[in-house]
Ligand binder design. Structure first.
Ligand SMILES: [Zn+2]
Length: 149
């Protein structure tokens, strides 16, 4: 999760909402990703999707069956869907996203019994750091907006 936080800080440097992700296999980080939605002008540029793309390349398979994903923030519906599609068995999240999270906040797409794959979820790892990074980002953003008015 510490490395996921480092990735999130890369996003912050670009003025992006600081969200980072890493994928681990056999105790080693095989892929990293951070939010680049505005930089790439692409809805698909979420941290999780970048990491999934890189991990699939590293593993040589679209199935990431022996991997664990660490994300600083609860995934959205698109990324939770991709996690299920990639058959990732375990996801670890830093903090929840009450407005968009689909790993339990709004929906729990990671654990729908009718789907062919369910994901084991661990949450609250480095929660304070993950949530503070986001809160500080939005606090600074509001300050900038106020100054511009
Ligand atoms: Zn997402």
């Amino acid at each position: 999760m510490k490395e996921a936080l480092r990735q999130a800080k890369k996003a912050e440097k670009l003025g992006e909402v600081p969200i980072g992700c890493v994928i681990v296999k056999d105790g080693k980080i095989i892929a990293r990703g951070y939010n680049r939605r505005n930089t790439d002008k692409n809805t698909l540029a979420h941290a999780e999707l970048q990491a999934i793309r890189k991990a699939s390349k590293a593993v040589g398979d679209w199935r990431l069956e022996e991997c664990t994903m660490y994300i600083t923030l609860e995934p959205c519906q698109m990324c939770a869907g991709a996690i299920v599609q990639a058959r990732i068995p375990r996801v670890v999240i830093g903090c929840r996203n009450p407005k968009a999270g689909c790993a339990g906040s709004i929906l729990n797409l990671l654990n729908v019994p009718a789907f062919n794959h369910q994901v084991e979820l661990t949450e609250g790892i480095l929660q304070e750091e993950c949530s503070t990074l986001l809160k500080e980002f939005f606090r600074k953003l509001r300050k900038i907006k106020v100054q511009k008015v």
